[in-house]
Ligand binder design. Structure first.
Ligand code: B4P
Length: 194
């Protein structure tokens, strides 16, 4: 499964809950980058300048990292990618990784919320957690990149009939319930009628 949405839509919050509820391995590219920045690893040093500016880390770096994660972890019972793919090139690359692993995507969850709500949430988080990419100019840039590049990713999965668009507004528990219901609806629709 994938969870896709603009910055602040609640991907990180919900990915943790959904992966626990469904017993699948969570893989968040944003979290992996931040852990590497914190540990000052070569990957972290390279990623930091992009993250701080609100830009995407280049595909060659991100793609290799995801391949390593999907190969290293036991994803036999499923995985939930959070924040990847974000570009059309990453969709192609993920298709290749999954073909090599003889796996396929069942469900793509898109979390929706409007830009005003997203900016409000992220400015709130800036106060609480002080993340280096949560200031207004960088937040607007990240939202712009989502509209320019990641919406095309969503459209590609919609064309494959595995997309579920879920309202990301309201309480956290309420959104979790909607996501679980959406997963089961998409899965039920794949059962052949005999
Ligand atoms: P991410 O960590 O994925 O950051 P993000 O898109 O801003 O989403 P985030 O996880 O922070 O927010 P969430 O929706 O959970 O990426 C960070 C950076 O890493 C990127 O900008 C990029 O540079 C790099 N990167 C990552 N993946 C990449 C890729 N594939 N390719 C290239 N570069 C990549 O929102 C959480 C906030 O909303 C929290 O404050 C939470 O408390 C609040 N919230 C959640 N649910 C709520 C609700 N129902 N009501 C109110 N508030 C809620």
């Amino acid at each position: 499964m994938l969870i896709i949405g603009p910055p602040g839509s609640g991907k990180g919050t919900q990915a943790e809950r959904i992966s626990q509820l469904l017993g699948v391995v969570p893989i968040s590219t944003g979290d992996i980058f931040r852990a590497n920045v914190k540990g000052a690893t070569p990957l972290g040093l390279e990623a930091k300048k992009y993250i701080d500016a609100g830009d995407f880390v280049p595909d060659r770096v991100t793609n290799n990292m995801v391949r390593e994660q999907l190969t290293e972890y036991d994803v036999e019972n499923g995985f939930l990618l959070d924040g990847y793919p974000r570009t059309s090139g990453q969709v192609d690359y993920l298709d290749n990784i999954l073909a090599d692993l003889d796996r396929k995507l069942d469900v793509v969850l898109q979390l929706a919320a409007d830009d005003q709500e997203l900016i409000r949430r992220l400015l709130g988080r800036a106060k609480d957690m002080g993340r280096s990419d949560d200031n207004e100019a960088v937040i607007r840039h990240r939202l712009g990149l989502y509209h320019e590049q990641t919406e095309a990713v969503v459209a590609r999965y919609e064309a494959r009939n595995i997309l579920a668009v879920v309202d990301g507004t309201g309480g956290v528990d309420e959104v979790t319930r909607r996501l679980v219901a959406a997963v089961s609806d998409v899965m039920a629709a794949t059962i052949p009628v005999s």
